[in-house]
Design a protein around this ligand. Sequence first.
Ligand SMILES: [Fe+2]
Ligand SMILES: [Fe+2]
Length: 328
Amino acid sequence: MHEVKLKPSRIEVMHHLAEKIDSSIEEYLKNIDDNWQPSDFLPDSRNQNFSKEIKELQNECKELPYDYLAVLVGDTITEEALPTYESWLMEVDGITKEEPQGWSKWIRMWTAEENRHGDLLNKFLYLSGRINMREMEISTQYLIADGMDNGAAKDPYKNFVYTSFQELATNISHRRTATLAKKHGSNQLSQICGVIAADEARHAKAYKSFVTKIFEIDASEMMLAFENMMRKRIAMPAHFLRQAGESIGQSFAHFSDAAQRLGVYTSLDYTHILESLIKEWDIANISSLTSAAEKARDYLMSLPERFKKIAERGLKAPVEYQFSWVRE
Ligand SMILES: [Fe+2]
Ligand SMILES: [Fe+2]
């Protein structure tokens, strides 16, 4: 006979983890006074040379290709929809605004760091002279108004799988846009995408560490949550993306096609992220699981190979698309 253990509820686990949140904040988030700010990477408008610096910035942006700009705008809109992510996470079970406040403090401080990303990209794109800002702003307002559904509802375990995945995905895409910016002549933009990518990597470490801790306390439930999220596939936060006059989500497929075409974020990256999470959480060696969780573990272990086969077979030629965001 198996020993029957009472499983801790998610709320209890979250309260337990919240007790040590200050050390996570210290480890994974930067001190605000010392942190980089968007203005560190932009021309200073008090400067006499301001207009000259803008000219230089614009010259550097002349060779950025159409698809590249479309993807960068999509990335920026995704960052700018931060109110959606913050309010979503604040609603998650165990993230209380009353005492103990640990988790809401994490969410606020994470949001404060994230907020610099959209701010910096938006200002840079405005100065670049290549973007139809009004069209971009319409899409941003729509994306915030439309919200998102990441499939995790209020479940903290599922949401932390989601955030671990997303921080890794944004790290990859910002890193690639950094490399491409350099290739096409803008060192300044390359540096901007690079510092943002570094933040995303740090945030990914944080969310992965939360899941690691949950695996230590509540392995079977954590395994089932991971499996559940992967069965649904991880939806991108901008999956409701649209342009003026479009219906909800109409632009998203075109945006992800452009990212795939450029190699900024591909279906193979999706598989690599999954593999890295399986390794990080040592899924293969987690034992003492319920039989349902054992099945979930076996499913997860088989998934990367399955995805690779599908990716090999199913590479459709992406279609070119005219985005209203890029000023011709
Ligand atoms: Fe970000
Ligand atoms: Fe992020």
